[in-house]
Ligand binder design. Structure first.
Ligand SMILES: [Zn+2]
Length: 230
């Protein structure tokens, strides 16, 4: 079991701060689900639950782009200045060549049965790769313990960092390498997968996932019950 910071009653200055970034924007909402819902809507929902779960772990939270109107990718880590850790929340799709069509409610749209599951990316261009990796592995571990399954699909394009726990290298992700603190990008699941889309929309599923991510984050940011940056 990981020790929750909440139990430690740390002084405010010692409480690690986690920046939670909502991937994409209202104007440029990222991928589309099998049923035509925008990735931004999924990201915004899960990021809100993650902020609550991190606070419940006793961590401070810095929301980034919850209003969906941030101007650039580089602005995201800039708005997280002063944080100890940065997590960008996304939902995944699949390459167009792998999409199939289906009839949903009288509308022809696209989906996949090939890919489902979560993934966590780290950049070797981030100035604190080791802490980024530690946190990514800790988050992958707590997610798996909670019953979530990583997708092996990223092996096609990415080098494994800790593939068992769903962690891959993605060196040129701007939000990760522009950060001056450890950073990960979290793909919660594949919204083009018809079953997984429904799971990812389920408030209970979201809460369980957010709790697992928060637990892994809290474990990684503390060493033997003390903030790791001390
Ligand atoms: Zn995305």
């Amino acid at each position: 079991m990981f020790l929750a910071l909440a139990a430690l009653a740390l002084p405010a200055a010692a409480v690690p701060r986690v920046a939670v970034d909502v991937g994409h924007t209202l104007a440029d909402p990222g991928a589309w689900s099998a049923r035509g819902r925008s990735e931004f809507a999924f990201n915004r929902e899960l990021a809100g639950r993650l902020a609550d779960a991190l606070a419940a772990q006793g961590l401070a939270v810095q929301p980034v782009n919850f209003t969906g109107d941030i101007g650039s990718l580089a602005e995201r880590p800039a708005r997280a200045a002063g944080s100890d850790f940065f997590i960008s929340v996304h939902h995944d799709s699949i390459g167009e060549e792998y999409l199939s069509t289906w009839d949903w409610d009288g509308i022809e749209t696209t989906h996949t049965d090939l890919k489902r599951g979560f993934g966590i990316f780290v950049s070797r261009r981030n100035p604190d790769l080791q802490r980024s990796l530690n946190c990514a592995s800790a988050i992958g571990t707590t997610l798996r313990r909670a019953g979530f399954v990583p997708t092996p699909w990223h092996a096609r394009k990415h080098l494994p960092a800790d593939a068992d726990n769903g962690v891959w290298y993605y060196d040129n992700l701007v939000v990760l390498h522009k950060a001056t603190f450890p950073a990960v990008l979290f793909e919660a699941g594949v919204i083009k997968h018809r079953e997984e889309e429904l799971e990812l929309r389920d408030p209970e599923w979201q809460a369980r996932m957010a709790e697992a991510v928060a637990e892994g984050t809290a474990a990684c940011l503390t060493v033997r019950g003390k903030p790791a940056r001390e």
